[in-house]
Design a protein around this ligand. Structure first.
Ligand code: ABU
Length: 514
């Protein structure tokens, strides 16, 4: 392999014609070693005397730009050496956030699952695009089987809505919600596919004030407008107020608008609240509206016998968005939209491009499922989930979810026990614990006029400190009239009580003199 080392390739020379193993085997093995040690093993170990890694190495954007510039493709057009490429890979690993680290709690995804990673690597090595059976035979069937298994969990094993329903993988939960809006609208007014919104009454949908912001984006994208989303109030726990939903529907009807859909949420992004699905279903049934459940975050609970009750009523939904890359910790990204109705996705999305979906192929073309998707070229997100499900079993995925919920209970107890923390919701339903940190100087002064404006500044300052130190990542936000508070979320079942204690100790330490 001495020739490959640092080889400066010229187009068409002997090197180009070597088989991949001879040409690049050494390079790929070195990359794999580096990834396994630096990104996987060390990158998911807290920093201590034996090694490990910070969660991140903070760098201001300008500084990062100049560091990245050192690794640009050469300005003189010459290829890089293998050593230069390895140095570049090291740079990428060093300065990327270690989302698999046990002190990364910043988003609704985290963790690094070895089986999921293996599935991801295998997918990338085969580089498929799933539109037709001919180009992706294994993956086409795998996707459909995973979607069916997920529908069984949502609608009930053996229920006609599982076998007779349908589903798609989506590039993220926002797109899953967007496709749900598109399909619901098509069901309400099929002419919209050919004629657009011309001649239709104003179509409107309903979502709670804590529903994901993608609902507005997708309504805007689809010509319904952000104002086409009627906002429904939540109760103090962040759940949709069903009485207000009914009055919002009545008020839309009184204006001559055409309501077609309600978006309920099972696990809101910030508070982790579950809308009352059975009651919402009754309203949808009475008014003839499509019921979509955004369970992008909460859907994984369906694996847990102990906790799936939180999703009671989901089996009545017309559509469900569920992201296994969130609670189940499947590698980014793995998002699905599941429907109780068969054939609707195809009717709504298909265009029958004659260069791809020829009907006179030599095999059963009903396996060319790509036309029910909005995308044409599409990466495979099923294999990593299949791999994890197979490796851990349904029992393993259930244990994963139950451990997260147990750890959350422990974390909640610790927050309650410490005088310097104040909960936003006393009894959070799910894996989101929202709290304020009250620095010593503000403790006992909650009646002073500047108390809440001072509290508002605390979380952003602590966040800056934790990121610059590289010790921890926990997100914060304001919500309604609540000032900035931390949102602790958990999906990494590899974390333990020690990690939970670390979070609170570290915040206390960083915020001591604020
Ligand atoms: N829907 C993406 C959620 C991002 C986050 O808050 O972690």
């Amino acid at each position: 392999m001495a020739e490959a080392e640092g080889h400066v390739a010229e187009p068409g020379d002997w090197f180009e014609s070597l088989p991949i193993e001879a040409k690049h085997g050494d390079f790929l093995r070195r990359i794999a070693d580096l990834l396994l040690t630096d990104a996987v093993f060390e990158g998911t170990k807290p920093l201590d005397v034996t090694g490990g890694s910070p969660v991140l190495r903070w760098c201001d954007p300008e500084d990062m730009a100049s560091r990245l510039a050192e690794h640009r493709p050469s300005g003189d057009g010459r290829p890089a050496t293998q050593e230069q490429l390895l140095a570049f890979v090291r740079f990428v690993v060093d300065y990327s956030v270690k989302t698999g680290h046990p002190h990364f709690f910043n988003q609704l995804f985290s963790s690094l699952d070895p089986y999921g990673l293996a599935g991801q690597w295998l997918t990338d090595a085969l580089n498929p695009s799933v539109y037709t059976y001919e180009v992706a035979p294994v993956f086409t069937l795998m996707e459909e089987e995973i979607l069916l298994s997920m529908r069984k969990l949502v609608f009930g094993d053996g229920h006609p809505s599982a076998n007779g329903g349908d589903g798609i993988f989506c590039p993220g939960g926002s797109m899953a919600n967007g496709c749900a809006i598109n399909v619901a609208r098509y069901k309400f007014a099929p002419e919209v596919k050919a004629s657009g919104l011309h001649g239709l009454p104003r179509l409107v949908l309903f979502a709670s004030e804590d529903a994901h912001y993608s609902i507005y984006k997708m309504a805007a994208l689809q010509g319904l407008g952000e104002d086409g989303v009627f906002v429904v109030k939540t109760d103090p726990e962040g759940r949709m107020d069903v009485g207000h939903l009914e009055s919002q529907i009545d008020s839309a009807l009184a204006k001559g608008y055409a309501p077609f859909m309600v978006v309920a949420t099972a696990g809101t992004t910030v508070l982790g609240a579950f809308d009352p699905l059975p009651k919402i279903f009754k309203v949808c049934e009475r008014y003839g509206l499509w019921m979509h459940v955004d369970a992008a975050w909460g859907g994984g609970l369906l694996f847990s016998k102990k906790h799936r009750g939180l999703l009671a009523g989901i089996e009545r939904a017309d559509s469900v968005a569920w992201n296994p890359h969130k609670l189940l910790a499947v590698p980014q990204q793995c998002s699905t939209l599941l429907l109780r109705h068969g054939g609707l996705l195809s009717a709504c999305h298909s265009r029958s491009a004659s260069y791809l979906f020829q009907k006179d192929k030599f095999y059963d073309t009903s396996y060319d499922v790509g036309d029910k998707y909005l995308q044409c070229g599409r990466r495979v997100d099923a294999l990593k989930f299949w791999m994890m499900w197979k490796a851990k079993g349904t029992i393993g995925l259930q244990k994963h979810v139950d451990k997260i919920m147990d750890n959350i209970k422990y974390f909640l107890g610790q927050v309650q026990r410490r005088a310097s923390f104040k909960l936003v919701l006393e009894n959070p339903a799910f894996a989101n614990v929202c709290f304020w940190f009250v620095p010593p100087r503000l403790q006992g002064s909650q009646n002073s006029p500047e108390y809440w404006s001072e509290i508002h500044k605390v979380a952003p300052r602590i966040k800056e400190k934790m990121m610059k130190k590289g010790s921890l990542m926990v997100n914060y936000q304001p919500l309604r009239d609540w000032p900035n508070f931390f949102r602790f979320v958990l999906q990494n079942s590899g974390t333990n009580h020690k990690d939970m204690d670390f979070v609170l100790n570290e915040i206390e330490q960083l915020g001591k003199y604020m």
